[in-house]
Design a protein around this ligand. Structure first.
Ligand SMILES: Nc1ncnc2c1ncn2[C@@H]1O[C@H](COP(=O)(O)OP(=O)(O)OP(=O)(O)O)[C@@H](O)[C@H]1O
Length: 212
């Protein structure tokens, strides 16, 4: 399969026990969240705007909740933020290559993996294009490709389909599902019912029924 990266990632395993959070003395964003998920899970965090989806992702990434506990397994965590960011004049391929080079690979060694990831995210034709020339959708897909290049066990994704047309959104959802199938844990904050439909688990914020 193009872009499949073989490595020794440990399985991510996250347990949330009675987790609640509020900022300072403000109102509680959520309380009593109970959930355990791990490799193979695609977890959708849903809820109205302001219900705390991004906040919950940051807590899972390493923050401390106001109450309750979060246990995290071994392995790298990668964030994919809602707003793409990159180096304006560097190429698409350079952005994906960087995590490989940072781990000590040569550009020649990294090249097949870089090309595989670009192909997987429908970015091959933009391989040499500088970041500043990419469309919003291309830049968002590049963020996912770059995150994968870091070989994470846990991927936290904030609104991955918000800037994408239906075709590219469908492609990104397929890839996120495949990633979970490759024994990663994928946690997605989303308003998109197409993402929530594919989830193996859901955390519903701002809803008395809570997690499932
Ligand atoms: N560091 C912070 N300090 C104080 N309040 C914050 C902080 N971060 C977020 N908030 C507030 O917490 C609430 C939840 O924000 P959060 O971004 O987690 O919600 P969300 O569900 O992801 O929203 P959206 O769907 O609009 O992205 C908001 O009212 C926000 O203003």
């Amino acid at each position: 399969m193009p872009g499949l990266i073989m490595d020794n990632r440990p399985a991510a395993h996250v347990s949330l026990r009675a987790v609640g959070h509020r900022f300072g003395e403000g109102t509680w964003l959520f309380r009593g969240i109970e959930s355990t998920f791990g490799a193979g899970d695609l977890v959708a965090v849903t809820g109205p705007s302001g219900s705390g989806k991004s906040t919950l992702l940051s807590l899972v990434a390493g923050g401390t909740p106001t109450e309750g506990t979060i246990e995290r397994g071994e392995g790298r965590t990668q964030w994919v933020f809602q707003n793409p960011y990159g180096s304006a004049h560097r190429s698409t391929a350079d952005h994906v290559a960087l995590p490989f080079l940072a781990r000590g690979m040569s550009r020649t060694e990294a090249e097949p993996q870089v090309q595989g990831l670009l192909e997987r995210f429908n970015l091959s034709e933009s391989s040499a294009a500088p970041f500043r020339t990419l469309s919003g959708g291309q830049a968002q897909r590049l963020m996912l490709a770059r995150a994968l290049a870091a070989e994470p066990a846990l991927i936290l994704v904030d609104e991955p389909t918000s800037q994408l047309d239906p075709v590219n959104a469908g492609m990104v959802i397929d890839v996120l599902q495949e990633l979970a199938g490759e024994d990663r844990t994928v946690l997605i904050a989303t308003h998109d019912p197409r993402v929530a439909d594919r989830a193996t688990r859901r955390l519903v914020l701002g809803d008395p029924d809570g997690a499932s």
